[in-house]
Write a protein of this length. Structure first.
Length: 504
């Protein structure tokens, strides 16, 4: 009888609720979160995007070098500053066997950008991702023409995140049915969604891009980092996301798995509730910034797999202000600033965080204590914390929020606007500065790249001076990967792209 190790026991517990029998040709992904929905147009969640992108394709996609390239479009071109045309690929099948047409692509975009486009009075939460669209028309049968009301150079970069749906299928099942059913054109099709446990897919043999290597893909929801690692080491998962930096050496020494790194596009920062004391005082915000030794956390906690940032943008992003100077680690100065702000005995705060980032947040909290900021780390579920902090101008509760924002396009529009514009959908701190708003609004429609970059550089400098957030780092994404797996590498934009992944 085989002895059950602690890792094996943890993996067994993690997989105990799965109703599907796992077979030899099943590729199991130990994933940190379940999908919020299966409807491509009705979410703003990165984990959901990663899961459903295996069942759906976009008009455009990104190659391994992150260049935007055609996918369901054979080609595309910009006709004028406000008009784009996409020649739609022929012979593509939906999972129900019907043929995709340009009308399906038009319907997909209309469903996202039009007010009430989801039906039943609902507007897609992804509407802003398509910018100032004025109209979408089919011309010459297989060509899609997208007309904008103003120049918006970001359109091609945002289209890889908009998956094409079947007009007939949506008409059949409605928006409610789209939440739990699918009929995409991707390499895998849905078998079963066991909410809170797993999303099971099977290979779609008529995939236009060629049959996938594995028979099935199972996204197994395992929120706890230690349980994901245990599942990988026990051989019950072949890929896990969010491999903790402290587990890298353990995985590499296991003999049956390895850590795989890819440059990230997600900026980490701490939001402070700028609508309430003590954070309305910039000296308190500066004190918090001076209390955090970012190089220490990066080297000791993140294993050196991150780069510090002094503003919201990644070092690789367009328009990054590379001249920004950060507030250096100085806990004595933190205490001095707090005293000047009227807190001679320091302050006590609670910092919200999701499970995967708990360990890092606790390390940051221990550093802050040396600067006079006693911090209680409070773990919450992602959707709950999003509702609590991303209130779009409505009153918010809480002290601080250790969080992040992804920017797969590496264009500032995708991260700067939502997190820093007054009442932006990702503005967790409640930050508001009319100068920053004006610069972000102007950059969104500016067609001159040099002028546009200068606007973002200026906006980032203003926000950094305001200490709108405590800007931390952009980590590498770390995956744990079984040595049985071949033909797969992670992508910086978070998509897994499993069509060529094979198991030995």
């Amino acid at each position: 009888m085989r002895k059950l190790t602690s890792a094996g026991l943890a993996a067994l517990i993690a997989f105990g609720a799965t109703s599907q029998t796992v077979a030899a040709k099943d590729l199991v992904i130990g994933f940190s979160a379940d999908a919020a929905t299966l409807d491509p147009a009705n979410h703003r969640d990165t984990n959901t995007e990663t899961i459903i992108r295996e069942m759906y394709d976009g008009i455009l996609t990104r190659d391994p070098a992150m260049h935007v390239v055609p996918q369901l479009a054979e080609s595309y071109k910009q006709i004028s500053p406000t008009v784009y045309e996409f020649k739609i690929r022929k012979g593509v099948k939906f999972h129900d066997g019907s043929t995709m047409t340009a009308e399906d692509v038009k319907f997909t975009l209309d469903r996202i950008w039009e007010k009430g486009g989801l039906g039943d009075g609902q507007t897609s939460p992804r509407q802003s991702l398509l910018g100032p669209i004025k109209s979408v028309d089919v011309v010459n049968g297989d060509t899609l023409r997208v007309t904008l009301s103003a120049p918006w150079s970001l359109l091609p970069a945002m289209l890889p995140f908009q998956e094409v749906v079947s007009k007939a299928f949506v008409g059949k099942v409605g928006t409610a049915g789209m939440a739990t059913q699918e009929d995409g054109t991707g390499p895998f099709q849905l078998v079963q969604w066991n909410k809170g446990d797993s999303v099971v897919m099977k290979r779609f043999d008529d995939y236009w891009g060629g049959k996938a290597c594995v028979d099935r893909v199972i996204f197994k929801t395992i929120p706890e980092s230690s349980s994901r690692v245990a599942a990988l080491l026990a051989g019950d998962a072949q890929i896990i996301d969010h491999l903790p930096p402290y587990a890298v050496s353990q995985v590499n020494a296991s003999g049956n798995a390895k850590a795989v790194f890819v440059n990230g596009t997600r900026s980490y920062f701490i939001a402070m509730n700028l609508t309430e004391k003590p954070f309305t005082d910039i000296r308190v915000r500066e004190a918090i910034a001076h209390a955090i030794d970012k190089p220490l956390v990066i080297n000791k906690i993140l294993g050196g797999h991150a780069v510090a940032i002094n503003g919201i943008l990644s070092p690789d992003a367009f328009g990054k202000n590379k001249a920004l100077k950060g507030l250096a680690y100085d806990p004595a100065l933190s205490r001095k600033l707090l005293k000047e702000a009227g807190y001679p005995n320091g302050i006590k705060v609670t910092m919200d965080v999701t499970g995967p980032d708990k360990d890092t947040a606790e390390a940051v909290a221990s550093l802050m204590a040396k600067g006079g900021i006693t911090t209680k780390v409070q773990v919450g579920e992602s959707a709950m914390l999003g509702s609590k902090w991303r209130t779009m101008g409505k009153p918010k509760t809480g002290d601080m929020y250790f969080t992040s924002w992804g920017n797969g396009s590496l264009d500032p529009q995708g991260i700067f606007m939502p997190t820093h514009h007054t009442d932006g959908r990702g503005n967790s701190s409640g930050y508001s500065n009319p100068k920053v708003d004006k610069l972000l609004d102007g950059a969104a429609v500016e067609v001159d790249r040099a002028k546009r970059a200068a606007m973002y550089e200026q906006a980032e400098a203003i926000a950094a001076k305001d200490v709108a957030y405590i800007y931390l780092w952009v980590p590498q994404d770390i995956y744990g990967v079984s040595k049985r797996l071949s033909g797969w590498q992670p992508s910086p934009d978070g998509r897994l792209n499993l069509v060529k992944a094979c198991l030995k």
